[in-house]
Design a protein around this ligand. Structure first.
Ligand code: DC
Length: 222
């Protein structure tokens, strides 16, 4: 396939990764989860006993680790110092740490480089917060996937339940609001919709409906 990139941005729990993974599979493209990279930096900080809110320390951790991404149509695997940490990074604590390290410009620069390199190598469906605005400003298709906060909290609650954890809906909603606020108000590459992105509100839509809506947009540009 010739170079073709789909950027999917949006807030936590909007269904980006589920949709991006499935769209990549159906189109024979490679799914790249950029949030996993920020999560891996946060995990490395935690392992090193370094606060994720300290820029210089987080950067020195990032400079000292080996982070390897194995992209694939069925999903992406991510390795920290040769250990597969794909599952280990999916906790709310690491999500919060990821949001903190993601505020640092130098951390972002390093990870954006890796992301752009992947997009040069493969036709990608890449999800994150700044893909359409910063990482792939020339992506052929940009989707901004949003959903109401209560719906996003219910989805997160379901994911937590699958991990055997129970949390009150109100508590999950509060954390999502805080994460939205942190991601949208940070100085560097805040979460925002690219001017040329298509807004898709997935509230009340099934995962398959979201996939179909994105595939319909792909048809228009390809
Ligand atoms: O999508 P996620 O929950 O795995 O992302 C974890 C954090 O990483 C999120 O709070 C914001 C940050 N992030 C970012 O700043 N830029 C990206 N491209 C992807 C994630």
């Amino acid at each position: 396939m010739e170079r073709f990139a789909i950027a999917i941005d949006g807030p936590a729990g909007s269904g980006k990764s589920t949709a991006a993974k499935e769209v990549a599979k159906r189109l024979g493209m490679v799914y790249v989860d950029t949030g996993a990279m920020y999560r891996t930096v946060a995990l490395a900080c935690m392992k090193a006993g370094v606060a994720t809110a300290e820029e210089a320390e987080a950067l020195s951790v990032l400079n000292g680790i080996d982070m390897r991404i194995e992209p694939g149509q069925g999903g992406q695997r991510i390795f920290l110092d040769e250990k597969d940490v794909t599952a280990e990074i999916r906790t709310p604590e690491i999500g919060k740490g990821a949001s903190e390290v993601a505020a640092f410009q130098k951390v972002r620069e390093r990870l954006v480089e890796i992301q752009q390199e992947l997009a040069r190598e493969y036709p990608v469906v890449m999800d994150g917060r700044d893909i359409g605005t910063v990482v792939l400003p020339d992506a052929e298709l940009k989707i901004y996937l949003d959903a109401g906060v209560e719906e996003r909290a219910r989805r997160r609650q379901g994911e937590l339940r699958e991990q055997g954890k129970t949390e009150e809906l109100s508590a999950v909603m509060e954390k999502i609001r805080q994460r939205d606020e942190a991601d949208k108000s940070r100085e560097h590459s805040p979460l925002r919709m690219a001017k040329d992105a298509i807004l898709l509100d997935s509230t009340g839509m099934s995962a398959e409906e979201v996939v179909q809506a994105i595939l319909a947009e792909v048809k228009k540009v390809r």
